[in-house]
Design a protein around this ligand. Structure first.
Ligand code: CP
Length: 313
């Protein structure tokens, strides 16, 4: 019999199709809690969650903390500014000290790829990768899968295009792995300098021209231009990027009539997407954020409880 049995969530790579379905189904049961007047259930009462973000985050940080609080877990939040790493403490020593307080889960967002994997080797607590460098952002991919399934009723067989800075995007990487596992047909598009050299080996089709890439698509996923992760100038100017690769109403006409437009945020309005599209009827950008709380509740519940609870509240 299937049982969710992971200690950590380090990447989409580690999840089976059954794991992903279990996370999405569990998130579905948690959606209703966020619409209650009293948005709290006792499911994780007495459990402790530490969130540790070494880089700026609005959505992921707030969403994980809200998810933990809605399940009644005790939460502590640390950032690079208020941790002792600025005094020279290593990540491993930090991990050992946090472990000494016996938390149940540590959520780590870090600019270095592999940091959560290192942490997971040194702590008994479950570790959730909340984004590591250019590597993976699994909870974002899961909330994206959840949003697609909710809007389209399925993932298998859908035609999805991801447009933008694929090479520097951990969101793209996690989504490519997740969408492929769930049977979507995937195309990527963007400036050649932003397409990973091993793109074809990831099982995706590369179509550089965005107008051709989004033809007949069910889902358009737009990525943020990640200036902070690029080592040099990969395109002449933001204006030029926007003229060629920025999503606008005219471009979307080639996609299916009922196409949904996704973006993990934060948005550079007028660069990778126009404001009217981001706020328009095809946009599910705020649905992604709303669904993210339920998906992260599901992750905390499954990682801490391992499906041992039979009452979700
Ligand atoms: N989508 C995402 O990771 O957003 P934040 O950087 O605000 O966490």
């Amino acid at each position: 019999m299937y049982r969710f049995s992971h200690k950590d969530l380090l990447g989409m790579e580690q999840l089976s199709v059954s794991d992903i379905n279990m996370i999405l189904d569990t998130a579905d049961t948690f959606m209703e809690i966020s619409s209650r007047d009293i948005k709290k259930v006792p499911t994780l009462r007495g459990k402790s969650v530490i969130s540790f973000f070494y880089e700026p985050s609005t959505r992921t940080k707030a969403s994980f903390e809200m998810a933990a609080k809605r399940l009644s877990a005790d939460t502590i939040s640390l950032s690079a500014r208020d941790s002792s790493m600025g005094k020279g403490e290593t990540l491993i020593d930090t991990a050992r000290n946090l472990q000494a307080m016996n938390p149940d889960i540590i959520i780590l967002g870090h600019p270095s790829s592999g940091a959560p994997h290192l942490l997971a080797r040194y702590v008994d607590a479950g570790v959730i990768n909340a984004g590591d460098g250019t590597h993976e952002h699994p909870s974002q991919a899961l909330l994206d899968l959840f949003t697609i399934r909710k809007k389209k009723g399925r993932i298998k067989g859908l035609r999805v295009v991801i447009i933008g800075d694929i090479a520097h995007s951990r969101v793209a990487r996690s989504n490519i792995i997740g969408l492929r596992k769930m049977g979507a047909e995937l195309t990527i598009s963007g400036p050649p300098t932003m397409i990973p050299a091993d793109a074809e080996s990831l099982g995706v089709k590369v179509v550089l021209d965005p107008a051709k890439a989004l033809k007949g698509k069910d889902v358009i996923m737009i990525l943020r231009i990640q200036l902070e992760r690029q080592s040099g100038t990969l395109f002449p100017s933001l204006r030029e990027y926007s003229l060629v690769f920025g999503l606008n109403t005219e471009l979307t006409k080639g996609a299916k009539k009922d196409v949904i437009i996704m973006h993990p945020g934060p948005i550079n309005r007028g660069v990778e997407i126009t404001g009217d599209l981001a706020d328009g009827p095809s946009s599910v950008i705020l649905d992604q954020v709303r669904n993210g709380v339920a998906v992260r509740m599901a992750l905390l519940y499954l990682l801490i409880g391992g499906g041992r609870f039979d009452n979700l509240g």
